[in-house]
Design a binder for this molecule. Structure first.
Ligand code: GLU
Length: 420
């Protein structure tokens, strides 16, 4: 699998390094660092599942609450062969700063099961999801910790989690997860929210850099939920998406790919490879293409010390979590590339998750346009807040975003103090 071959390194080391870098610039005192740097709660669970062939396979699952200082823990659940406790800890840490950057009243959490969902049937996935939910049940709840979709989980997965949790309680609890199907109390606009948020932050970046989106060339690495929606929105805005890839291969057309048709084909066949009017290129070539906007929308550690020099984009917009390592960050920065860091760029997903949770709690649902308007306001305000720190303090965008997020969490723990 392409993404597996490319991804190396420990994401949790990256998360800790990013924290220290921002905390040093902020001159954050040692006591506060001790209180906010590490996960509050970590759970590893064994998930036995009866497979379709009759045998029992044991999967390993995790749920990490990094912080509940500003509200319930919030963050997705990932199903992927590479899921490890360190990866989940890193992703939970990033969720804490992300929720704080967009100023929603949540802390950070994440979950995952080490599995290969592409080689599992619906029945196996359902049984695994329900058993995993049962195992993490004491930890989750609408006021405690609220899971959502992440890599290779989707509204159906959330429906199973909601149902398992609700059957244990004896009544329906829609607010225990976000990213649910609309019929179960999901929110309009949640499915597209991450990609839409990426689009809004890139619009803000273009405005700042005095670049035109119309006619801009875009490369999208990863054509899942975030990447495909972002590609569609850029296409509608008149940008040219010249290359995209997924785990099966990369497709390239200098004059721009027809994104609606590509999404249609991916929906039918499950891959982008072999798309008409495109040329197949290698993953390394895709990252090295000359373009205005590069959107890494797959997994962590995709742009590293060994390939960052080849990047020729003007803007790198991190739709994925942690796609650029700290060493690569420094290289991109020296090349004058403008980075929109993950905890800002992809925060649209959790922002609409927050809207979904608010609607569930109120039992009152909003219209799609209302959600888009609110999302645009949150993303563009957050972009301005981060940009201001970047310009005032003369620090890279990633450090600026971390400073904003860490600063808000630090303020919360300082005011709360320690109990008992
Ligand atoms: N998995 C998404 C993320 O990494 C969304 C999390 C959520 O909506 O809670 O931001």
């Amino acid at each position: 699998m392409l993404t597996t071959q490319l991804s190396k390194g420990n994401a949790y080391d990256v998360a800790l390094e990013n924290f220290d870098t921002a905390a040093d610039v902020m001159e954050l005192n040692q006591d506060t660092r001790e209180m906010i740097k590490y996960p509050e709660r970590v759970l590893t669970v064994s998930v036995p599942v009866r497979m379709d062939d009759g045998r029992i396979h044991r999967f390993e699952g995790f749920r990490v609450q990094h912080s509940t200082a500003r509200g319930p823990a919030k963050g997705g659940i990932r199903y992927h062969p590479q899921v490890s406790l360190d990866e989940v800890k890193a992703l939970a840490t990033w969720m804490t700063w992300k929720c704080a950057v967009v100023n929603i009243p949540f802390g950070g959490g994440k979950g995952g099961v080490t599995c290969d969902p592409k080689h599992m049937t619906q029945g196996e996935l359902e049984r695994m999801t329900r058993r995993y939910t049962s195992a993490i049940l004491p930890m989750i709840g609408p006021d405690q910790d609220i899971p959502a979709p992440d890599v290779y989980t989707n509204p159906q997965t959330m429906a199973w989690i909601m149902d398992t949790f609700s059957m244990n309680k004896g009544y329906s609890v829609p607010g225990v997860v976000t990213g649910k199907p609309i019929s179960l109390g999901g929110s309009l606009g949640r499915n597209e929210a991450t990609g839409r948020g990426v689009f809004y932050t890139v619009e803000s970046a273009c405005e700042h850099l005095k670049m035109h989106l119309k006619g801009a060339t875009v490369v999208v690495q990863g054509f899942g939920n975030a990447g495909s929606v972002a590609a569609q929105l850029f296409y509608e805005a008149g940008a040219k998406i010249i290359a995209v890839n997924d785990s099966t291969g990369c497709v390239y057309n200098r004059n721009g790919l027809n994104i609606p048709e590509l999404i249609h084909m991916k929906g039918l066949c499950g891959h982008v490879e072999g798309f008409p009017e495109s040329e197949a290129i290698r993953a390394e070539e895709l990252l090295a293409l000359e373009c205005d906007i590069l959107i890494p929308a797959a997994l962590e550690n995709m742009i590293r010390e060994d390939n960052a020099n080849a990047v020729k984009a003007r803007i790198v917009a991190e739709a994925a979590n942690g796609p650029v390592t700290p060493a690569a960050d420094r290289i991109l920065q020296n090349k004058g590339i403008f980075l929109i860091p993950d905890i800002l760029c992809n925060a649209g997903g959790v922002t609409v998750s927050y809207f979904e949770w608010v609607q569930d709690e109120q039992h009152l649902f909003w219209e799609a346009q209302d959600i888009y308007n609110r999302l645009e306001r949150v993303m563009k305000t957050s972009f301005r807040d981060v940009l201001k720190i970047h310009l005032d303090r003369k620090v890279p965008m990633r450090i600026a975003a971390n400073m904003l997020g860490i600063g808000r969490v630090a303020e919360a723990v300082q005011i709360r103090g320690i109990y008992p």
